[in-house]
Each structure stands twice: as C-alpha cells, then as structure tokens.
Write a protein that binds this ligand. Structure first.
Ligand code: HBI
Length: 357
C-alpha cells in the first residue's frame, strides 16, 4: 500500500466499449487492476467509449468514433484520427478533470495521449499493451520515455525490446483474479485456443495440430477478421475443431479447465499473453511458441512447453509430452506470480516511482 490513498483516473482503449471484447487483453488488464486498486483503498474513475457495460466499476462514458486498430495498419502509416474521435474526446475530458486526480493512467495504444503528456499538469502513466507496430508511435514512446522517465510501462521484457528504448521503463508482467478460475485435475481429450481471431494470432497452426493429433480443438475469442476465418475453414475442412464464440471469463475458464493444454501460436511478439496465465490458473499446461510474453510466463517442462516459433511439428511433439507436466504446478505458478495481489504490488511500485514517493 502506498503511504496514502491515490486518486487515479484510468483512460481506456478507444477501439471499443468495455465489455465487448474489442479491446482484447487490455480490457481484462484494465478491469483487473481497477478492481485491485479499489480493494487497496485508492479512489478510481474509468473513462471509456459509450456503450461500455461495466456496471460494477465507475465508468464515465464518452461518445465519439472508435479508433482504427493499430495492428491493421502499416508500420510507416501516418497517424490517423476519425472526425469526432472518441480518443480525442476522452482525453479532452481527462484534461478538464485532471485537477481532481494524483495520476492519470493511459491504456490506449495510440499516439495522442503520449503526445499530450507534456501539455498536462498531472503525470500520466502509459501502459503500452502491444509490441512495436508503428514508427510514429515508437518515436513518441521514446520521446516520452526520455522526457518523463519510468512513465512507460510494459508487460514483458520481450515486448519492451521491440521498442529499442535506452531510457528507463517499468515491467509490470500482468495478473488475474485467480479465484475466478477453477482447478481441474482430470481433463477431457481436447485442446484449447483462446484469442482474437486475426492473422497475427496464427490460429491455423493450432488447427493443424488438431488435424495431425486428432485431438479436438476448442476455439474461443472475438472473431475479428472474418475473411481470415473463412480461409482457415476452407484449408482445414476435416480438422476436429469447434468455435465457441467470445465467452465471458467464467464461461471461457469452464471450457479451458477441461482441456489437456492451451496452444499459443502467435505470429507477432505477443506483449504478454493473458490467456496463458488464465490457463495456468485452471491447472492447464501452456504449449507456446518461444516468442514474446508467453516465453517469460511458461517454465519449459514445468508449466508447459516452449516450442520453436512457427514449428507445427514442435507443437505436436509437445502435445505428446503433456503427461510430464503436473497440473498442480501450473496452478501454483498462477497463484504466486500472476495473482491480483502480485499485480497490484507492481502497479503501486510503478505509481510511487512516477510520483517520487
Ligand atoms: N489499436 N489504435 C489502437 N488502440 C488500442 O488501444 C488498441 C489497438 N489495438 C488492439 C488493442 N488496443 C488491444 O486489443 C491490445 O492492446 C490488447
């Protein structure tokens, strides 16, 4: 606990209202850390796009047009802003109320809040939720890291490394409410894949594993790229897989906990991999490409297996070794390293560093 309660303003991602799954992993992170900060006695206000459905937390809903998702743009694309931008509107609101808060926390992976930092009277902590995708964003992140040391926060060292920063940054890892996940000792003969269905997540490799091993694959997550999904279905007409849609955390963990393993087949440097710690919390081993955040979460041979990136034979071999993993070890690693308690400690440490406590 910091010496005194902090007054915190959390400004959400502009790609979708909270509760729709459009915000991907950063939505879950925001929810978890907001809950934990309130539990610790801090005052909290969340600012998010209209139609957010988080009734259990204090959300100011801001109208305006959503931002294009950064991963759909080219590295050299100029920064784009729609007319009546919800991102601009959220930050205009933050400007107006900043005097009521000790610290503002930015959850958007966007240029504007970073550029606005020196214009604000209150410090802004930036949680960067993905690896490097855009030259313009990389540059403004480096600029803020230089001008405002330790205000840039990442989820993993691999993610931070994609930005080539000399300056100081803070590594938060991530965390979940482990009590929402139920341990399962005796899984069914099935595998899980959870994530936004979009090319950077490499779903086709997991389906190839299902085809080769004849182990049914349960797919969960937001169907973000329909043409990509149709392409996969055409390429693997007979593979044993079932798409269950975008499920709530409790519905998702009900399915994942009964699986022999979670497969992580991402093409890009996954900033962290929330689904990995969610699976571990259910006692489910994680088989992941040795790439990005999951490589800092999975203990190879202990809580799952790290596989040579993009190697389907590597994934298949790891599936054949699953009986070497003790499912209790998976649960224990979630409880010690990735609990809300552990996450809250890291965020408070970050806030105190920024506020020079
Ligand atoms: N794109 N422009 C933009 N802004 C975001 O905040 C954003 C995004 N794409 C994906 C995303 N956030 C989240 O799904 C990931 O950070 C987890």
């Amino acid at each position: 606990m910091t010496s005194k309660p902090l007054r915190l303003l959390f400004v959400s991602t502009p790609v979708g209202p909270l509760g729709t799954g459009l915000g991907g992993g950063v939505e879950l992170t925001l929810y978890n850390i907001a809950q934990e900060m309130i539990r610790r006695g801090h005052q909290l206000q969340i600012v998010a796009p209209s139609d957010s459905t988080w009734d259990s937390l204090p959300v100011v809903q801001i109208p305006g047009n959503l931002q294009i998702i950064a991963q759909s743009q080219e590295r050299t694309d100029p920064i784009t802003m729609p007319e009546n931008s919800v991102l601009a509107n959220m930050w205009d609101y933050a400007r107006q109320v900043q005097g009521e808060y000790d610290l503002i926390v930015n959850f958007a992976y966007d240029w504007l809040p970073l550029y606005l930092t020196p214009f604000f009277q209150r410090p802004i902590a930036h949680l960067i939720s993905m690896g490097s995708l855009s030259n313009a964003l990389d540059q403004i992140i480096r600029q803020v890291a230089t001008q405002f040391p330790s205000t840039i926060g990442f989820h993993s060292l691999a993610q931070a490394a994609t930005f080539v920063l000399d300056e100081q940054f803070f590594c938060l890892s991530n965390g979940i409410d482990v009590s929402l996940y139920e341990f399962c000792a005796q899984p069914k003969q099935q595998l899980a894949w959870v994530g936004r269905i979009s090319p950077e997540k490499g779903l086709e490799d997991a389906i190839a594993v299902a085809q080769i091993t004849h182990i049914p694959l349960k797919i969960m997550g937001k169907l973000q790229d329909k043409s990509y999904w149709e392409q996969i279905r055409q390429n693997y007409p007979n593979a044993p897989f079932e798409y269950l849609g975008f499920l709530s955390t409790s519905q998702m963990q009900q399915v994942v906990r009964q699986c022999r393993a979670l497969l992580m087949t991402h093409r890009w440097v996954e900033a962290f991999g929330n689904v990995a710690i969610e699976a571990l919390a259910c006692g489910v081993p994680v088989i992941s490409y040795r790439r990005g955040g999951p490589a800092e979460i999975v203990k190879d041979g202990k809580t799952g297996f790290l596989v040579e990136p993009d190697s389907i034979p590597g994934l298949v071999n790891a599936v054949s070794r699953l009986d070497e993993i003790n499912r209790h070890t998976c649960r224990a690693s979630a409880e010690t390293e990735f609990s809300l308690e552990a996450l809250g400690d890291r965020f408070e440490q970050w806030f105190m560093e920024i506020l020079n406590f």
